[in-house]
Design a protein around this ligand. Structure first.
Ligand code: F6P
Length: 328
């Protein structure tokens, strides 16, 4: 028999992403709707170890649906990786009467949650929050749509100055292991080439393509590069390489960095966060545990945490072809 849930703890952990606040709000208000208590846990698993908790009623999450970042703060806790740390965390949860957890974050967050469940048989539900969109079991993670719009907006601005000076820009975007941001924002912003971790385009092909762009009369070029791309050179080395091989190009570099993780969430991310928060709490109340709530074919669906952690997301290869055709 699953135990009756009366008090749910919610935390955000790992890299923040726009939409995390909307998800916290959804968890808090779904708890209130079902007449159960909700406790906010600050700084992810570290706050669990330190007992950094705060009761959250429906009015405590007023006016955060539109806010970037996370009001609960985020951290990557090394102490939670030790069994002593997890034991302390469990003692604190027990003392506070918390009997289930909603953890919002990426695969590191889910790994911690799953381990905690295995050791203490503690009910856990995951909500995918990362701008990288690299979590198996959901077509969209919280913050991904917002980050795409941020990147497209910035590249549009870079394009203005690039074409005024007939320049080539290398724009580095986030994505340590995944090219979803680079590929989709690249197509959206009309990039001439897109370099991603999943595909080694090769330096020769890059030079060839840039030569073709110039010959076809383009006044500016944008190459979007995911930070984890496979070409083997960082963005500044690439600039030097292209300038050495194609002296006709005047090259500049823009590393977009953490601006991609900030800002007000898009409507899509707000709605997604609201839907996932409802499903996470209601699944716990139904006695379910160790699942991630995600979006599949526009329906909210559950994926076992173990699969969400181990599974690999694929890029849509058709997008590579579309990008090639668009840069003709
Ligand atoms: O949120 C994921 C991510 O944006 C990665 O693409 C990036 O490599 C990483 O976070 C950087 O995170 P931090 O600066 O917090 O270590």
């Amino acid at each position: 028999m699953p135990k009756t849930i009366k008090k749910v703890g919610v935390l955000t952990s790992g890299g923040d992403s726009p939409g995390m606040n909307a998800a916290i709000r959804s968890v808090v208000r779904t708890c209130a709707y079902h007449n159960i208590e909700c406790i906010g846990i600050y700084r992810g698993y570290q706050g669990m170890i330190e007992g950094d908790f705060k009761e959250m009623g429906p009015r405590s999450v007023n006016n955060i649906v539109n806010k970037g970042g996370t009001i609960l703060k985020s951290a990557r806790s090394l102490e939670f990786k030790t069994s002593e740390g997890r034991k302390k965390a469990h003692e604190n949860l027990t003392k506070a009467g918390i009997d289930a957890l909603v953890v919002i974050g990426g695969d590191g967050t889910f790994t911690g949650g799953l381990l905690f469940n295995t050791e203490f048989n503690f009910p856990v539900m995951g909500i995918p929050g990362t701008i990288d969109n690299d979590i198996f079991g959901t077509s969209h993670t919280l913050g991904y749509d917002t980050a795409l719009n941020t990147v497209v907006d910035v590249i549009d601005k870079i394009r203005d100055t690039a074409s005024s000076h007939n320049r080539l820009f290398f724009v580095e975007v986030m994505g340590r292991d995944a090219g979803h941001i680079a590929l989709n924002a690249g197509i959206g912003a009309g990039a001439e080439e897109i370099l991603i971790p999943e595909e080694d385009l090769g330096l020769d092909r890059l030079l060839e393509s840039l030569q073709k762009s110039k010959a076809s009369g383009k006044s500016s070029s944008i190459v979007v590069i995911a930070e984890g791309d496979k070409i083997g050179k960082n963005v500044f080395e690439l600039k030097d390489y292209v300038e050495a091989n194609l002296p006709e190009y005047d090259v500049r570099v823009s590393v977009l960095g953490h601006m991609q993780r900030g800002g007000s969430p898009s409507c899509f991310d707000r709605v997604l966060a609201s839907r996932l928060g409802v499903k996470a709490v209601e699944s716990l109340l139904e006695g379910k545990s160790n699942y991630m709530v995600g979006l599949q074919n526009d329906k909210v669906a559950l994926t076992p945490l173990e699969q969400a952690i181990k599974g690999k997301t694929m890029i849509d290869r058709e997008l590579l072809r579309v990008s090639d055709i668009m840069s003709t």
